[in-house]
Design a protein around this ligand. Structure first.
Ligand SMILES: [Fe+2]
Ligand SMILES: [Fe+2]
Length: 336
């Protein structure tokens, strides 16, 4: 999954200019007209450089989040409590790998190579969703990640199906369908645990306590502190603001928590009759930024695991390339 802070600059201090492009007024006008008419921009179309750069950054951060997101749950495949849970978890983790592939392919249509993007991730320069830099301590964490993390991802990703960049929008349609399976399998696993022993119920509550605030932070900084959001909205890349999405998530999750029988760890969480929404407490943004900037509990471990997997997969890529070369040589020979 996953989203958050896709408007977080990679590395140090690169920000998107808010001023419109001055590259070519006629092309710019045609682009603006297409955006205003809610049309789609396709890879072969002219687009302002800043739009292209923003999309490359957002889609590659999204792709990185999908494949790094495989790691915390992948740790539980060998320890799933039953064959059924193991099969479900393998399917989910595999889906996340697939999401990474669709998204890297979408980003490649903007003229950046997969090698470049992976190099950014592996060198620690590129960002990914900070939620994956926390440990999965018990089996209940796997359920809570499905329910809350994938649940937050759905809130964030559904509006991306209407993103102005065609390949990204189309990739998101399938991604969202798969995310809703992820959310439901997590919730169902927790429902079963909540009908079990007192120890199982405690395990679920403990996991909810540890993940709740981190999930709220996944939507990214408050609107007032998101200077790039306005430009993203203007370009039809971002459709709904961070705070609005966070509110939708809270409103949807409170009744689910009630059915499950868990408490959400926020004494300020209460229904506001006037606003017709739930009020909630303060998010710890210092912790969020610390984690985004590489100092969360698992940042180093996640990156090291990813780099190791990439290096160990080198022979597969080499073999696939050698096979493709052989096929090509054969078809040239046959055509001759
Ligand atoms: Fe997912
Ligand atoms: Fe995903």
């Amino acid at each position: 999954m996953y989203t958050q802070s896709f408007n977080v600059p990679d590395g140090a201090g690169k920000t998107v200019p808010l001023a419109p492009s001055t590259e070519d007024p006629a092309l710019q006008a045609a682009f603006d007209a297409r955006i205003d008419a809610d049309g789609r921009i396709e890879p072969q179309d002219w687009m302002p450089e800043a739009y292209r750069k923003t999309l490359v950054r957002q889609i590659s951060q999204h792709a990185h989040s999908e494949i790094v997101g495989m790691l915390p749950e992948g740790n539980w495949i060998s320890r799933a409590p039953s064959l059924k849970r193991k099969a479900i978890l393998i399917a989910k983790v595999q889906d996340e790998g697939g999401h990474g592939l669709y998204l890297y392919s979408a980003a490649e249509t903007l003229g950046t190579s997969r090698d470049q993007m992976l190099e950014g991730l592996h060198s620690g320069r590129a960002k990914y969703s900070s939620i994956f830099n926390y440990p999965t301590l018990t089996w209940a964490d796997v359920g809570v990640i499905g329910w809350l993390v994938d649940g937050a991802a759905i809130m964030n990703q559904v509006p991306l199906c209407r993103c102005s960049y065609g390949p990204y929008a189309r990739a998101m349609v399938r991604v969202c369908k798969e995310e809703s399976f992820h959310q439901r399998q997590g919730y169902e696993a927790l429902l079963v645990m909540m009908q079990g022993t007192a120890e199982q119920r405690e395990m679920v509550q403990d996991a909810v306590n540890r993940w709740w605030w981190k999930c709220l932070a996944m939507f990214g900084p408050p609107d007032a502190d998101s200077p790039n959001s306005a430009q993203g909205m203007r370009w039809g890349i971002k459709r709904v603001s961070n705070d609005e999405l966070r509110q939708k998530f809270v409103d949807a999750t409170v009744p689910q928590a009630r059915v499950l029988g868990v408490t959400l760890p926020d004494p300020d969480l209460k229904w506001n009759e006037e606003r017709q929404h739930y009020d909630y407490g303060q998010i710890d943004w210092n912790e969020f930024w610390e984690t985004v900037n590489g100092n969360g509990p698992c940042n180093k471990e996640r990156l090291a695991t990813r780099v190791k997997a990439h290096n160990e997969g080198q022979w597969v890529r080499d073999a696939a390339l050698a096979y493709a070369e052989k096929q090509k040589a054969r078809s040239i020979k046959e055509a001759a």
